[in-house]
Design a protein around this ligand. Sequence first.
Ligand SMILES: Cc1ncc(COP(=O)(O)O)c(C=O)c1O
Length: 365
Amino acid sequence: MSTSLWRQEVSKLEAYVPGKSIEEVKKQYGLSEITRLASNENPYGPSPKAIAAMNAAAAESHLYPEPTSAELRHKLGELYEVDPAQVLISNGADNVLMLIGQAYVNPGDEVVYCVPTFSVYRTSTVVMGGVPVEIPLTEDYKFDLDRILASVNEKTKLIYVCNPNNPTGTIVDSDALGAFLSRVPPHVVVVLDEAYGEFIDVEGYKTGAEYVREGYPVISVHTFSKLYGLAAMRIGYAIASKEVLAPVLAVREPFPVSRMANAAALASLEDTDYRDFILSTNREGIRYLTAELGALGIDVTPSYSNFVLANLHRDAVPVVDALLRVGFIVRPCRSWGYPEHIRITVGSPEQNRRFVEALRPIMNA
Ligand SMILES: Cc1ncc(COP(=O)(O)O)c(C=O)c1O
């Protein structure tokens, strides 16, 4: 079939290229054990309470889910001190970002963000006929809020700030973010993608929901894929004022979240001990990887997430290949314009230790 039948905007896009799957690597290299440190997944999996809740919900799979995720919105409303009507649940943060594009971007509207960052901002803009305005990160790999502001004009509709940013793990200064939001003109909506926001470990750091409570036209986007280990369940959410959420709700499909995903998310929020355990092992993992990689001459960007960006100071591709051969999948960063970097998800202490053991001879070779 000719691509001339495609919508024009779609021909500007390419299908997402996923990293190598565990099954693929096992087969290709004849390995029985693989450790994937490439997709920023939770190394421990979901809370046992979430697994029990999913099992119970599975028996009701013949019934459509409750369409508004009312109980979960109520729980999140309590957690973030917002009205449950200010919370929208959908089928993963990816889906929330695509819905924001559908809700807000007219052909010709400009959407500003820094690069490299999460690829879905571009997709959700281009597919709607919007114009992505891509500004480089600062030298220390942070969103350049001043340059973003300088590029805002009457055509600007959305600004994305990925905080912490994927793939760099960096955050913007809390004071700088507050000052930035107060300078954004009222015809622009700011999307704070906080998929990794729960990992920020800075005393007094202000996150998206607080800006929403203060009345800024901000959409704070979250996921249950990372901290809560529910990546396969596909559930994420947005927090914003009712007015800002209204068009997003209007384009959302009727039943975007399965019963199992809803049940798992609720149980995960209740299991605060498990959440604290994940946060503390992640913190320790960042410390460990930063120190151990540093000892190998690798520069690790200070990370506020569950992954680290590591500058190997040499072509990363042979290193990534050598790691694959011994059963470790990490993310090469060439497609983000960093040919000498890899992105490593923080694993369990045991996985981190084995990873460093595997990397050492490769770096010393
Ligand atoms: C910055 C960022 N935003 C959003 C997402 C999407 O999360 P979800 O799994 O909920 O679709 C990811 C996933 O990796 C991400 O890195």
